[in-house]
Design a protein around this ligand. Structure first.
Ligand SMILES: Nc1ncnc2c1ncn2[C@@H]1O[C@H](COP(=O)(O)OP(=O)(O)O)[C@@H](O)[C@H]1O
Ligand SMILES: [Mg+2]
Length: 206
């Protein structure tokens, strides 16, 4: 049995991950929990360097396998240096994107398939999330919400790529119904927060 909890947030760009993570953090801290917020790719000094390579729009020639392995390398460091120690200390770790992003973006979006899960099993080991909140918003709607944001290399991908990612997430939701909580992300910020909070309160026995 591990002492702490590991919660991840998933979904396309603009789906509301950052917004909902902040709301959930506030709730959990009010309940007296020690909560750590982290993100991928990145979350460590080494991981942030890898993140810059992955997301740099100048890196147009990057091969899909290289991309998948860079994400997994960043994740391995993140698990070893941040996630594992925090969970072992009894903290709640909330992570903005994790393994499901790799499976949706590189497995489904880039078409690399199951190899992505295999690479990532080395990085993640036994530290799979207890619960994953999947914010479901069609890519066109997510894109509208972030229309003023400067886009990184992945965000600049085609509409068909983002559609494949969206469908990949839906496949994952069906494959792991115990772990993945699919939430309709078209509601108001408060409505979505209430749904997420109910699920997480159940997890924590609140
Ligand atoms: N439920 C919502 N309805 C409308 N706008 C939202 C909602 N949730 C978030 N937003 C807005 O959409 C934009 C993207 O949200 P954000 O949380 O940054 O998404 P992500 O982290 O998934 O990219 C922000 O401007 C945010 O204020
Ligand atoms: Mg965000």
């Amino acid at each position: 049995m591990r002492k702490g909890y590991f919660i991840t947030f998933e979904g396309g760009d603009g789906a509301g991950k950052s917004t909902q993570i902040n709301r959930l953090m506030e709730h959990l801290e009010n309940c007296g929990f020690d909560v750590i917020l982290t993100r991928e790719p990145g979350g460590t000094d080494i991981g942030e360097k890898i993140r810059n390579i992955i997301l740099d729009p100048e890196n147009k020639e990057m091969d899909a396998v290289t991309e998948a392995m860079l994400y997994a390398a960043s994740r391995a460091q993140h698990v070893a240096q941040v996630i594992k120690p925090a969970i072992e200390e009894g903290k709640i770790v909330i992570c903005d994107r994790f393994i499901d992003s790799s499976i949706a973006y590189q497995g489904f979006g880039r078409g690399l398939g199951d190899s992505v899960s295999i690479i990532n099993s080395y990085a993640v080991g036994e530290y799979m999330p207890d619960k994953t909140v999947l914010l479901k918003l069609k890519p066109q709607l997510g894109n509208k919400r972030i229309s003023t944001r400067e886009k990184d290399r992945i965000e600049l991908e085609s509409e068909s790529f983002h559609q494949a990612v969206f469908e990949g997430y839906e496949t994952l939701e069906k494959m792991y119904p115990e772990r993945i909580i699919g939430v309709d992300a078209t509601g108001t910020i408060d409505e979505i927060h209430d749904v997420i909070r109910n699920h997480i309160d159940d997890l924590l026995g609140l």
